[in-house]
Design a protein around this ligand. Structure first.
Ligand SMILES: [Zn+2]
Length: 234
């Protein structure tokens, strides 16, 4: 079966606006049948999302790790320890069957890892389009990665509900299960669909201003949620 998936977004557990529960509901309504909530340096958002994702939508557990090289998506079956050193992160990913994906690699202003993306042995896939990056950066990334040997993803990097699924991927999966979805990602049974959402960009702009006025509140919430779930923070 062919399903739509978006594997990069943020909840209020880090710097996003919506709760993990709202994210699951919105994605399902939009026909995005698999998502990963990838909050910064924590699995807390995706754990909470997976708890409410019963029937019809699959949440892949994930985090966006702010590593010493830049931002890397970590997608797993279960929450794992997060390391800032990419080599250590690779070891953890190998031990736990997780996927490592450089996020917006050439978006230097948003902590892309730049040319380290060419160290193919470190990565499982690469994000070739990020709906939170500007069109010039995305075009450059697309050209720079045209002969890239690993599977490519297009993700929304949504921080507000309306952005979820703006960019997405078609996945060819055997069943609507975590195992099938991770397997499709691993073997590259995916077609990235690189699109922007005007409404999403507008909402994100408003959210960015609101967040700047109240950053501490959000970080505190993420820490509290992580503590309640017994999860380590970064
Ligand atoms: Zn992100």
């Amino acid at each position: 079966m062919i399903i739509k998936g978006d594997f990069h977004m943020h909840s209020y557990a880090s710097d996003g606006e919506a709760s993990p529960q709202e994210i699951v509901k919105f994605a399902k309504r939009k026909g995005i049948l698999t998502i990963s909530v990838t909050d910064h340096d924590t699995f807390v958002g995706s754990v909470l999302a997976s708890e409410v994702a019963s029937g019809g939508i699959v949440v892949i557990l994930g985090a966006e790790v702010r590593s010493s090289w830049g931002d890397i998506l970590l997608l797993c079956d279960e929450p794992v320890g997060i390391r800032k050193d990419p080599e250590e992160l690779r070891e953890i990913a190998n031990e736990n069957n997780c996927l490592l994906i450089p996020a917006h690699p050439f978006d230097i202003l948003r902590l892309g890892i730049g040319k380290k993306v060419y160290q193919h042995r470190m990565w499982d896939l690469v994000e070739c389009f990020n709906a939170g990056s500007d069109p010039v950066t995305n075009a450059y990334t697309c050209i720079a990665l045209r002969n890239y040997p690993l599977p490519k993803l297009a993700n929304s990097d949504a921080h507000v509900l309306e952005m979820i699924g703006s960019a997405f991927n078609y996945l060819d999966v055997d069943s609507l299960s975590k195992e099938s979805i991770l397997e499709a990602l691993r073997k590259g049974a995916i077609i990235p669909v690189p699109l922007y959402s005007v409404r999403g960009i507008k909402d994100r702009f408003v959210w960015t201003i609101k967040r700047k006025l109240n950053t501490k509140g959000n970080i505190w919430l993420g820490h509290k949620l992580a503590r309640d779930l017994g999860l380590a923070w970064g």
